[in-house]
Design a protein around this ligand. Structure first.
Ligand code: UDP
Length: 194
């Protein structure tokens, strides 16, 4: 089987091109895809926290970094075919994607998502950022955050709340969100903000 499976957490052994095609399928066929980048730290958190492992079950998880690659070698007898990470893969997808897509950026400290939106728009002018929201909100504000995302009607939602916050948010809210692609992106917004 083309995946690393530990305690119910499945990390797909998939190439960058295969991920791009899964993303395009979701965007074009209007089905929903939750994508997560699983590094060793995230895997460890999931193995120690059954509720996090359960939240990850609805994700396409891909391998991110040396730690999880070593884990694959130990438990599966082989390395992943490609080493992927969100900070490289998401900009590469946005660059390769010629069809115009709309994005919502959720997460990071106040001001960061706005700066990231400006830079992403300059770098990938075919796409449009239709909304931003910082990632320091109370649980009681979640419904309002979800409503603001749906009001902006993005194709793609990037969620930068760290682990486990970003994957938990996606898992709990996916059925209320209209976006077709939901991605946990870690520190991407901080990088994109410059
Ligand atoms: N973050 C957030 N809200 C939180 C915690 C983190 O918006 O409650 C953001 C943080 O500002 C950063 C991103 O999530 O932009 C990744 O955070 P961090 O590096 O702490 O998480 P890790 O990638 O280590 O899981």
């Amino acid at each position: 089987v083309d995946r690393l499976e530990l305690e119910g957490v499945c990390v797909a052994d998939i190439t960058r091109d295969e991920i791009f095609s899964r993303l395009r399928d979701a965007l074009d066929r209007r089905t929903q895809l939750s994508l997560g980048f699983c590094n060793a730290n995230m895997l460890l958190k999931a193995l120690c926290t059954p509720s996090y492992a359960a939240a990850l079950r609805g994700f396409l998880l891909v391998s991110d970094g040396l730690g999880i690659d070593l884990c694959s070698a130990l438990f599966r007898g082989r390395f992943f075919r490609q080493n992927l990470n969100g900070t490289d893969l998401i900009p590469a997808f946005l660059a390769a994607e010629t069809a115009p897509r709309t994005l919502f950026l959720l997460g990071a400290k106040p001001g960061i998502a706005e700066a990231a939106a400006r830079n992403l728009t300059l770098l990938y002018p075919q796409h449009r950022v239709v909304g931003v929201r910082h990632g320091y909100f109370a649980a009681a504000e979640t419904a309002e955050v979800v409503a603001a995302i749906n009001a902006a009607s993005p194709d793609i939602l990037l969620v930068a709340l760290g682990n486990p916050g970003q994957e938990t948010f996606i898992a709990e809210q996916a059925h209320r969100l209209d976006a077709r692609v939901l991605m946990g992106v870690g520190a991407l917004l901080d990088y994109a903000a410059g």
